[in-house]
Design a protein around this ligand. Structure first.
Ligand code: FAD
Ligand code: FES
Length: 258
């Protein structure tokens, strides 16, 4: 569908918040679902839409917000778009996170822009949740400060250079805080997700991860986004995920990418 950009601002160096007008169907999406986005006028380069998690559901404004890091051609072009520009947006797509379990604590473990699908989990009411937000430096985490204030969520910050919060990664902070019986919701680099899977086995958590893969169609048709499932069958990240119970994936068959 065609949507209108309501705002697009740099919230921390390299990290942008994009608000776009949303249909009712999009606003009914679940935390963890994603949209495929393409700027009008991109012609053939980049040809494909780019996938982004829904960061905030802004029901009062009939808008959704996306948090993105400018890393390549598509996201750099996106960062140059202005309020009033038209954008092509497809969604909500994929499977989201389950509800926060009641009567049990949930840890939302984020690495950098991987926090995107977790802020809307924190916003959803239900059980109690603590966000563990990790990044290399303060710039990789500081855009979350305004959501923390607005939503009143509990956050532990960790930076690898010690410039804010605890010194270390979101995984080292999670190890300090987690206990068996917690539910973990995680999104971030593959290395981080591997650790979540390993710790969930060792410590007896239930864990759900939002898994990122390059996408073509985003709707299950092209098989461009497959990852090996635990049962030996390929899973399409866009259609069968992007949120998986960690036990649904075959981690030994997942190759490390940078
Ligand atoms: C379901 C899903 C949800 C996502 N949600 C967000 C989000 O909320 N915020 C956000 O900043 N990013 C998110 N991403 C990653 C985002 O889609 C990519 O950063 C984006 O497509 C890069 O486009 P580009 O044209 O700028 O970069 P390209 O020129 O295509 O690539 C530049 C760099 O980005 C890496 N990259 C490209 N696609 C992906 C990908 N799918 N996953 C990881 N790295 C990638 C490449 O390996 C390369 O290093 C999500 C990805 C998926 C699959
Ligand atoms: S991106 Fe086409 S099947 Fe997933």
């Amino acid at each position: 569908m065609k949507a209108k950009i309501l705002s697009n601002r740099e919230a921390a160096p390299g990290y942008f918040r994009l608000a776009v007008s949303a249909t009712e169907a999009l606003l009914r999406g679940r935390p963890g679902q994603f949209v495929m986005v393409r700027g009008e006028g991109w012609e053939t380069d980049p040809l494909l839409r780019r996938p982004f998690s829904i960061y905030r559901f802004r029901k009062g404004m009939e808008a959704v917000e996306i948090l993105y890091r400018a890393v390549g051609r598509g996201t750099r072009l996106l960062s140059q778009m202005k309020a009033g520009d038209a954008i092509d947006i497809l969604g909500p797509l994929g499977n989201g996170f389950p509800d926060l379990p009641e009567g049990r604590r949930s840890l939302l473990v984020a690495g950098g822009a991987g926090v995107a699908p977790l802020i809307s989990v924190a916003e959803a009411k239900g059980g109690s949740a603590r966000l563990i937000m990790g990044g290399k430096t303060k710039d990789d985490i500081s855009y979350v400060f305004e959501d923390e204030r607005e939503l009143g969520i509990d956050v532990t910050y960790a930076t690898e250079d010690g410039s804010f919060g605890k010194m270390g990664t979101s995984i080292s902070a999670m190890k300090e805080e987690a206990s068996p019986g917690d539910t973990v919701f995680a999104c971030g680099p593959l290395k981080m997700l591997r650790e979540v899977e390993r710790l969930s086995r060792e410590m007896g958590f239930t864990s759900y991860v939002s898994y990122e893969e390059r996408m073509g169609c985003g709707t299950g048709l092209c098989f461009g986004c497959v990852v090996m499932g635990a049962g030996g069958e390929y899973q399409r990240v866009c259609k069968d995920g992007p949120v998986f119970d960690v036990n649904e994936l075959s981690w030994k068959d997942i190759e490390d990418i940078d």
